[in-house]
Ligand binder design. Structure first.
Ligand SMILES: NC(=O)c1ccc[n+]([C@@H]2O[C@H](COP(=O)([O-])OP(=O)(O)OC[C@H]3O[C@@H](n4cnc5c(N)ncnc54)[C@H](O)[C@@H]3O)[C@@H](O)[C@H]2O)c1
Length: 324
């Protein structure tokens, strides 16, 4: 049994991770700037919680010290669009916040820090990106994540903090709330699973790399438990699957015949997507080779899980979305 701290444990990926850690018998402390997640109401007595801000050294240091943490799963971050409209929030949460986590790990002998970076640390367009490809992000978000990766490597090299990280593609699953162009992957499944209409706002041949949320959370546990002597990298890119918007629509209609799903392309969003250069493919062969990364959810399995979760958590997932 490990003593785990999950920063951002009330967020989209974090709440799946918290559930998995509790289920496998770990002692879990959630650190978050928001006071709770209704998705975890059924297990709220099985973990402890510290309300705090990552950018505040005292909040972070006291939490790590008081709970004698073995492993920090560091997921909390300012994400787009907030990171782009408020560079200060992005800096204090993502750069200072990650520095505070690493410094606390060094001072209080934390065994391992698991970090969540992003495909947005690249801006290379439509190509297969190897792990050692130069990172030149075109968003504040990406810049702060590259900074987190390098800080972590520095703490590993100079202070032997066992820093390990992943670069996620778009993580999809019911309840992802980000109002960003890649969000169509989520809403094209969540809305039909709830019996709601949805107009896909990207061109049918748009294809983005993605990873189902349960695979995203499980990968962090697998990386934390991996044999350190087999790791050839500190940060690994992950890919679950890629599917075109057209392919996704056909899949949803096959499994939910009554789905009211059609295309209404929004040129402004397509322009944003092009600028983000999001249509690229992550090479996850190093993660497969070094620590056995093996996503369990392809497009079909993911959609089945949307349908299940949208039934189980209907009251939490049936919220209004923007009309793009
Ligand atoms: N969801 C994706 O598609 C995706 C893709 C690439 C990388 N990531 C990374 O994975 C991680 C988890 O993503 P997510 O989708 O769960 O994000 P999320 O926004 O749903 O959750 C982030 C959590 O961090 C908390 N938080 C934010 N700022 C904080 C601060 N200063 N102090 C304490 N807590 C704070 C939020 O309250 C929230 O609960 C993030 O680091 C994100 O950058 C996510």
């Amino acid at each position: 049994m490990a003593n785990c701290l999950v920063t951002g444990g009330f967020g989209f990926v974090g709440r799946h991770l918290v559930r998995m850690l509790v289920e496998q018998g770990d002692k879990v402390t959630v650190f978050d700037i928001v006071p709770g997640s209704k998705f975890l109401d059924d297990i709220k007595d099985t973990f402890s919680f510290r309300l705090g801000d990552l950018g505040n050294w005292v909040h972070v240091a006291e939490t790590v010290r008081d709970n004698q943490i073995d492993i920090i799963y560091h997921l909390a971050a300012a994400v787009p669009p907030l990171s782009e409209t408020s560079p200060a929030t992005a800096f204090y949460s993502n750069v200072m916040g990650t520095f505070n986590i690493l410094e606390a790990a060094r001072l209080f002998d934390v065994k391992r820090v698991i970090f969540t970076s992003t495909q947005s640390s690249y801006s290379e367009g439509d190509m297969l990106i190897p792990d050692d490809f130069p990172q030149r992000p075109n968003t504040f978000y990406g810049i702060t994540k590259v900074c987190g990766e390098r800080l972590g490597e520095g703490y590993w090299m100079k202070h032997k903090v066992d820093f390990r990280g992943v670069r996620y593609p778009i993580v999809n699953g019911p309840g992802r709330m980000l109002e960003v162009p890649g969000q169509y992957v989520v809403w094209a499944q969540q809305m039909p699973a709830l019996g709601r209409p949805f107009k896909v706002f990207v061109e049918p041949d748009t294809e983005v790399p993605t990873l189902y949320v349960k695979d995203a959370a499980k990968a962090l546990i697998d990386l934390a438990e991996a044999d350190g002597s087999r790791l050839t990298l500190r940060v690994y890119s992950l890919l679950g699957y890629s599917i075109t918007a057209q392919g996704l629509v056909e899949l949803v209609k096959k499994h939910i015949p009554k789905a009211d799903l059609s295309f209404r392309v929004n040129e402004a969003i397509m322009e944003q997507l092009r600028k983000l250069s999001i249509g690229r493919c992550m090479d996850s062969s190093a993660a497969k080779r070094d620590w056995g990364f093996k996503p369990a959810f392809g497009p079909e399995e993911a959609l089945q899980d949307y349908i299940k979760q949208c039934t189980e958590y209907r009251n939490l997932l049936d919220y209004p979305i923007p009309d793009w």
